[in-house]
Design a protein around this ligand. Structure first.
Ligand code: G3P
Length: 223
């Protein structure tokens, strides 16, 4: 499982990059505009924080295959490091993906809602396919099942493509995806935190601390 952060919030990226086994960051135009900062500067700042070896997935805003390819080349050059261009599924996007594959630029195909879309994206050469789990759950579309079917198909046809499940609203959705072999997820900082939190963990630690202080006092080996 690869854990990726779905945000352009610099403080969240700094924090999660320090405290979690983060594989990278994903953004889209809505995410970047939410921060209200300059697009290019934001991407540079994110790269500076995560370093060259972690993945940065950035969405194209172009409409034709030719423009998507040009933008992908430009963004890859500007962002440096391990880079993936996010391209929404569609005819122009598939055409761009096949060309970008030849050029060695990784593609994450987004706005995936069915296993059929994911399979064609993978056949076109996408490195990742991104199904939107919560948006499916919102319409009783069983996001986890869609993820499970995509995982099964990629495995069945031995395609070199990973599922990057996206659009999560709670930790339970992430957990369910991990139970069906989802390869990677992109989540908010709050969801990452929720994945490691448990009230019984907190009470166990409080009891350890109280017992230790009762027997040995406040000082630790480091004092
Ligand atoms: O990465 C895609 C994701 O950002 C979409 O999430 O919350 O807008 O459904 P959401």
């Amino acid at each position: 499982m690869l854990y990726i952060l779905d945000t352009a919030n610099i403080e969240d990226i700094k924090h999660c990059n320090e405290f979690y086994p983060l594989a990278g960051v994903t953004t889209n135009p809505s995410i970047i505009s939410k921060e209200g900062k300059h697009f290019r500067e934001t991407l540079k700042e994110i790269r500076h924080i995560i370093g060259e070896d972690k993945m940065l997935h950035v969405q194209t805003v172009q409409k034709t295959a030719e423009d998507m390819i040009e933008e992908a080349k430009l963004l890859k050059k500007e962002c440096g490091g391990v880079f993936y261009i996010k391209i929404p599924i569609g005819e122009e996007g598939l055409k761009a993906t096949m060309e970008l594959k030849k050029l060695g630029i990784g593609v994450t195909m987004t706005t995936i809602f069915t296993p059929a879309q994911a399979l064609i994206a993978a056949k076109a050469g996408a490195s990742f396919v991104a199904p939107y789990v919560n948006r499916l759950d919102n319409i009783i579309g069983d996001g986890t099942n869609v993820v499970a079917e995509i995982v099964k198909q990629l495995d069945y046809y031995k395609l070199d493509c990973k599922v990057l499940a996206a659009s999560f609203k709670n930790a339970e959705q992430v957990h369910k995806c991990s139970c069906v072999g989802c390869h990677s997820v992109t989540v908010s900082a709050d969801i990452l935190k929720a994945l490691i939190s448990h009230p019984m963990t907190d009470s166990a630690l409080e009891a350890f601390e109280a017992d230790r202080i009762k027997t040995y006092g406040q000082k630790t080996l480091l004092d």
